[in-house]
Design a protein around this ligand. Structure first.
Ligand code: SF4
Length: 733
């Protein structure tokens, strides 16, 4: 083993750079190759910034500026050349608003719109002013503009929570008013039938001054006195109705005085305070729920003292269910994952395992703090595992997402906040302290892409089983371990090269300079075949990559391609991350180890059966004796085994797979699922030769356990390292 290779292996195993050639990764402004093309986000049209539209208690309360602008352009800019100038003007305005938001200037969209229109010179440019004026008139909504920053998760969740509480309060007030009205009607009807209600004076007052000469009210009263009082309410019922009415009216007067419109009293910065406030409010909730239940029974005439008196006498907190609690304002707790220790952690678990309508946002700002990296090695529960643990409690709505994905998750955010029980929103904000120069949006998106912080929801109210309750929506390429993307660059000969590259947990860690010690940069002169891309290292079986050192493709501050070796500790953490992802895939029905096992068993049975049939066919072919006597007959050509005589088939230069022999081990499809795919029998074939590189073909051939992938000749003779690849491909041609 050469000294360079020794140094590479030593770094991989120990994390220590030995020898002069390997370079520390810190200070080089490295970022994973696949993120290289995302420089200035303000030049991109993507989901951010968002517009938080006030007063909307559904997904339309969270909108994307780009989507709003698209809607406006559809309305005002004709298709084709005619609408071109308008489109250009409005898109310019959108870009400027995005820049303002990225620079921290927030506020209502209407304000940023007007400010931007002025800045880009609309007042002095009639065409521009005309386009922007028409667009402004078509703008139907307004709301706070927010970018993907550290503050985003709390702003989005709080905004949606407020809108829902407002709607809930309005509905609750309507219900209280209805009950008060109906109970008042019962008392009023009783009064009308009573002696006081049928007195001459009362009858006269009810008719009014215009008609008082037309009636003899005393005679009318005497007549009614003969029937009045016969059907009046029993005292016990009247008193019960009066008591109930007073509880409802007291609640109504507090609402009119502003309670609980002040939602600030329902928002908390820790679980302990939220729990204490909920317990303080519980007696009042019990009284009100009891009053509403009695009112309903009285209104429907179904109250039976023998049955209901004892029930309501013992009415306490155990009588109040999640449905009753859902009538009242939910509490909201916003905390950082760093505070989840000791009592706070216990408080969170207490909330999530109860029926209390408390919604908790846990903002995770660092998935990779070193203890968390240890967690991926199985030592401590990491923030990325919080959502999965909460699902295990069974009763809470759980949403896990990166902040970059919150717009996509908006419908589920509202669903979680409207859920009758507790809910957990675990959101990675993409902004760990000291995380370098990557914008929070990119870091959050990288966490989602790399499976370091996958998105999922668990809704206990959605149905009876996991298939209906659990959703793995929004994760890129959910069927594979690591999503694969095209990576284009220019090689040393200035040839453009395109590769398929997996974005793995290691790539995500590489985004954070705090973890630079897990990487060592190799000078280009030392790049060799004993190095393996980390995507292949993490998807191939261990024997296929034995002795090879994994590296991650990076781009430095000068946009030059670099290879950084990865230490064993980080590779182990990536494997652990992949296992967690596998368990989520199983929950989401993307893969099923039980089904795969069954399939393998059935395939084995099928293969054995086929083998028996082939053997039987072979036995049926009788060998012809080569020793026929020369004189017996003209010599016939000897029949020889076909295989021995057959001309060797001309080898094709095209790659191919002996598909019928495929054992569905997933190696090639994991390596590049655009190039390799399964047919209806779940056996691999090459679906698109242009979807990958010759290197991937060779690596797939090397990793195929039954050696049935034949890479053929390279299509691109200029592919980097082609000489070495051709040598490696030889055994498979
Ligand atoms: S690597 Fe070979 S055996 Fe495995 S799926 Fe691909 S072709 Fe089939």
């Amino acid at each position: 083993m050469g000294s360079e290779l020794q140094a590479h292996v030593a770094f991989h195993l120990t994390g220590k750079r030995m020898g002069p050639s390997l370079q520390a990764a810190d200070g080089l402004h490295l970022r994973p190759g696949l993120l290289a093309r995302f420089g200035d986000l303000t030049q991109l049209r993507y989901d951010f910034p968002l517009v938080l539209v006030a007063g909307r208690a559904d997904e339309t309360g969270i909108q994307s500026l780009s989507a709003l602008v698209n809607g406006i352009l559809q309305a005002i800019a004709p298709r084709g050349i005619e609408g071109e100038a308008t489109r250009r003007h409005v898109l310019r305005l959108e870009r400027e608003i995005r820049t303002l938001a990225a620079n921290g200037d927030t506020g209502p969209l209407s304000r940023l719109w007007d400010l931007t229109a002025k800045r880009i010179g609309a007042p002095g440019d009639p065409a521009l002013a005309g386009s922007l004026g028409r667009a402004r008139a078509a703008l139907q909504v307004d709301g706070e503009v927010v970018d993907c920053t550290h503050a985003l998760p709390a702003r989005v969740i709080t905004h949606a929570w407020r809108a829902l509480q407002q709607r809930k309060a309005e509905r609750f007030d309507q219900e209280i008013k209805r009950l008060i009205l109906k109970l008042s009607d019962i008392l009023q009807a009783d009064f009308v039938r009573s002696g006081a209600g049928t007195s001459a004076a009362r009858l006269k007052a009810s008719v009014g001054t215009g008609m008082e000469e037309a009636f003899d009210f005393q005679a009318l009263s005497n007549t009614l006195a003969q029937v009045s009082g016969k059907d009046t309410l029993p005292d016990s019922r009247r008193q019960r109705v009066e008591r109930t009415l007073s509880v409802l009216k007291a609640r109504q007067s507090r609402t009119q005085a502003g309670w609980p419109d002040d939602l600030k009293s329902c928002a908390f910065a820790n679980c302990r305070d939220a729990l204490a406030a909920f317990r303080n409010r519980l007696p009042e909730i019990i009284d009100l729920v009891k009053a509403m239940a009695i009112a309903e029974l009285e209104i429907e005439g179904r109250y039976m003292e023998a049955t209901h008196d004892p029930y309501f006498a013992d009415f306490d907190e155990s009588s109040v269910g999640a449905k009753d609690l859902s009538l009242f304002p939910d509490y909201l707790v916003c905390i950082g994952s760093e505070s989840l220790q000791g009592p706070e952690n216990a408080g969170l678990m207490g909330i999530l395992s109860s029926e209390m309508p408390i919604k908790v946002l846990v903002q995770v700002s660092d998935v990779l703090e070193e203890p968390a990296l240890r967690v991926h090695l199985g030592l401590v529960a990491p923030p990325a595992q919080l959502g999965k643990m909460a699902m295990g409690l069974g009763n809470a709505y759980v949403l896990q997402s990166s902040s970059s994905h919150l717009y996509q998750m908006r419908r589920r955010i509202f669903a979680g906040l409207a859920y009758t029980g507790p809910a957990l929103f675990s959101v990675f904000s993409g902004s760990p302290p000291g995380a370098g120069t990557l914008p929070p949006y990119l870091l959050a998106a990288a966490a989602l892409q790399s499976r370091a912080f996958p998105a999922f929801t668990y809704d206990p109210a959605a149905g009876p089983d996991w298939a209906t309750r659990f959703a793995l929506d929004g994760n890129p390429q959910p069927e594979v371990d690591w999503p694969v993307h095209e990576f284009g660059y220019e090689d040393e000969a200035h040839q453009s090269v395109t590769e398929q590259m997996a974005f793995t947990f290691v790539d995500f860690v590489a985004c954070d300079p705090q973890h630079a010690r897990h990487f060592a940069v190799v000078p280009q002169a030392e790049w060799n075949g004993s190095m393996v891309p980390v995507g292949s290292s993490l998807t191939s079986d261990s024997s296929a990559v034995a002795g090879k050192v994994p590296y991650v493709q990076m781009v430095d501050g000068d946009h030059a391609l670099q290879r950084a070796l990865v230490d064993e500790k980080l590779i182990a953490a990536a494997h652990r991350c992949r296992e967690i992802w596998h368990s989520l895939q199983e929950l989401g029905g993307v893969r099923s180890s039980q089904a795969e096992r069954l399939l393998a068993r059935e395939r084995k049975v099928w293969e054995e059966q086929k083998q028996r049939e082939i053997e039987a066919l072979k036995r049926e072919v009788k060998p012809v004796s080569p020793a026929a006597p020369a004189a017996a007959a003209p010599a016939a050509p000897a029949v020889k085994p076909v295989a021995a005589e057959a001309e060797p088939e001309e080898r094709s230069d095209d790659p191919y797979i002996e598909t019928p022999r495929c054992t569905t081990c997933n190696e090639c499809t994991n390596l590049n699922n655009r190039m390799f795919a399964y047919d209806a029998n779940k056996q691999a074939y090459i679906t698109d030769i242009n979807a990958g590189t010759y290197r991937e073909l060779v690596e797939a051939a090397e990793s195929c356990q039954v050696s049935i992938i034949h890479p053929g000749k390279p299509r691109n003779p200029n592919e980097p390292g082609i000489a070495e690849l051709l040598k490696r491909a030889e055994p498979f041609l």
